[in-house]
Design a protein around this ligand. Sequence first.
Ligand SMILES: Cc1cc2nc3c(=O)[nH]c(=O)nc-3n(C[C@H](O)[C@H](O)[C@H](O)COP(=O)(O)OP(=O)(O)OC[C@H]3O[C@@H](n4cnc5c(N)ncnc54)[C@H](O)[C@@H]3O)c2cc1C
Length: 381
Amino acid sequence: MRIVVIGSGVIGASIAYHLARAGAGVALVDRSGPAAMPSASWASAGGLRSQGRHAPEHAITKAAALRWTTLADELEADLEVSLGGHLHIAETAEEAAAVEARLAGDRAAGIAVARLEGAALRAAAPCLTPKAVLGAFSAGDGQAHPGRTAIAFAQAAARHGATCHFGQAARLRLVGDRATGVVLQDGGELDGDRVVLAAGAWSVAMLADLGLDLPLRWRGLQMLLSDVATPLLAPTVTAVGRNLSLKQSPSGQMMVGGRWFARPLGDRPAVEPIDAHVARQWSSAVAVVPAMARLKLAQVWAGVEAQTLDSLPLIGPAGPAGLYLATGFSNHGFQIAPEIGRLAAADMLERPQPVLEAFRVGRAMAGSDRAATFKAESCLL
Ligand SMILES: Cc1cc2nc3c(=O)[nH]c(=O)nc-3n(C[C@H](O)[C@H](O)[C@H](O)COP(=O)(O)OP(=O)(O)OC[C@H]3O[C@@H](n4cnc5c(N)ncnc54)[C@H](O)[C@@H]3O)c2cc1C
């Protein structure tokens, strides 16, 4: 089977690698290259978090956590994988109830997560605010470098025979109601029995051009990086009561994310950071790790990603025969990317994968009455 994959972010590159490894003829196309600005895989915080996920993702996130322990060897690349655990904290009694609920849900799903309080919580992260009263700790979680990972998947795909066409935007080639390949920016064409659309934020306009009305929109998210600190924090950290994801990267810099929206620049995926959000984002990190007050803000960036109404990705056949979607990873696609690639490849080459059923395009989305307004809503709210 010949398959063209549009988009060499971490999702498209992972799918291309798994397809090529299984013997398919693969062409991987990207308008820029793997993890180029402002794609999600370029901007991503690189957090590997298996706790606190949506139920349909439990089996996938568990398998992905195992893959991350050996992925660098498998792809023959340094992915800067660091598995120092993930800690989700509560700072009040009400928030503690939310952590207890997460612990119960994750344990029922077989996610290895420990309940930490008192001295055990301090030992896991001594720099945490004294206000932290309870934590859910998943020791197998951590972080990796999204850009390196997307590049490594693409290079490994090429070693298995995939051809890479970078610096070329592609559009779907339709013959009747069938996708038969893509047309490249320079007029060249690539044939495919299947075309995978893994174009992240850009998928939104591409699907609209095909007349597919899906509850999918794109948005911008911004990230901060401090100057270099002494070793402060081993686990990655999130907090019940805050828009915050916090980690110390291998360089020693503190990386601050969370759902902080960036300003869209027009209709097509392009964004810039919002200064007022930068200030609040930074304060939120300092509140959780007070020692960060001594650090300086060194870098701010913003990237784009596709978000679905129910925050679960869209994976599977859609629209014209031959088209296969893998988009809408809604701010948590990096950790599961290795397994999404494996499952999507098996879905196309072997048989439909039951674990992907919850992500099919025709599913009823929670609150689907809201689908129309969802797309029009401002992501700044
Ligand atoms: C700021 C931020 C922080 C995040 N933090 C985390 C985290 O900590 N943990 C986690 O698990 N997830 C995180 N995520 C989510 C995760 O990064 C994304 O889910 C994932 O990177 C999505 O990858 P993708 O391949 O679908 O999209 P992208 O990486 O956006 O890739 C899409 C690719 O398609 C290409 N393309 C577009 N149009 C065309 C075309 N016409 N022809 C050819 N190529 C095209 C683009 O150039 C791009 O390379 C974060 C996301 C953001 C934005």
